[in-house]
Design a protein around this ligand. Structure first.
Ligand SMILES: *Cc1c(COP(=O)(O)O)cnc(C)c1O
Length: 241
């Protein structure tokens, strides 16, 4: 059977709602971020017409092209106001030579992991847009190939982000090791929650724990996630990463 984006979206929203209720958390306390890497502007248009206004992209050039195409489509369909409401999250690894484009075309960055990109993103953020919302990425399973910092390094980076006028420290993000068992995932998410609670107690601007994807959103929500990043469950399998 072929399910439309609307059907898949309803299913994802139900999963989030059920997990939120069984965790005895407030309805609406977990935000859905639609991960739209590799997806067409047409697919994003359909998604936004069903009320999803937050999109996560991993590749700068792809994202900028898509933003242009989507903006054009929205103008043609009388949806220019809705386009203005979109919130763009950059969730991929941040390359230093891409910080200007990110600072100018995104509202959030989830992959903050070193001083160099902190100073660049802040300096390059247009003041007219207000501060760029930042999550520090934690390499929670200490994987060699993955971006992010160790738990021990969070405080130092948080101080650096907090000191920048162009940035707003919002929280933490993680991508657990692939093929983790449910128990391992739960443990990972609990460790993230403890680090998040600690950070939140020190910085009033912190309100976002970005964890949970298509396969593990329930475990993430039962362990305190406030934002789940969902690609496959909304749009189907990706042909490329
Ligand atoms: C691709 C991606 C996702 C979405 O993963 P799915 O399993 O397709 O839901 C979430 N977060 C990041 C950082 C990603 O790169």
């Amino acid at each position: 059977m072929i399910f439309s984006i609307a059907d898949k979206l309803e299913n994802v929203r139900e999963r989030i709602q059920k997990a939120t209720i069984s965790a005895k958390r407030l309805p609406g306390s977990v935000q859905l971020l639609a991960v739209s890497k590799t997806r067409s502007a047409e697919e994003l248009l359909q998604t936004m017409q069903h009320g999803v206004l937050a999109f996560g992209e991993n590749y700068v050039n792809e994202a900028l092209e898509k933003q242009r195409a989507l903006k054009q489509m929205c103008h043609e369909k009388g949806l220019a106001d809705l386009y203005q409401q979109l919130v763009w999250h950059f969730i991929g690894p941040v390359q230093a030579n891409k910080t200007r484009a990110i600072a100018e075309h995104f509202d959030w960055v989830h992959g903050i992991d070193r001083s160099k990109i902190i100073t660049r993103l802040s300096a390059q953020r247009p003041t007219t847009l207000g501060p760029l919302n930042c999550c520090i990425q934690v390499n929670i399973d200490a994987e060699e190939t993955k971006s992010g910092v160790s738990l021990e390094a969070i405080d130092t980076l948080a101080e650096e982000v907090n000191a920048q006028a162009g940035l707003n420290l919002r929280g933490l993000m993680c991508i657990p090791a692939a093929h983790s068992s449910d128990d391992e995932l739960a443990q990972t998410f609990k460790t993230m929650l403890a680090a998040y609670d600690h950070l939140k107690s020190r910085y009033p601007s912190v309100d976002t724990l970005s964890m949970g994807m298509s396969g593990d959103l329930e475990i993430a929500i039962s362990n305190g996630s406030t934002l789940v990043r969902i690609g496959t469950a909304l749009f189907g399998e990706r042909s490329t990463s």
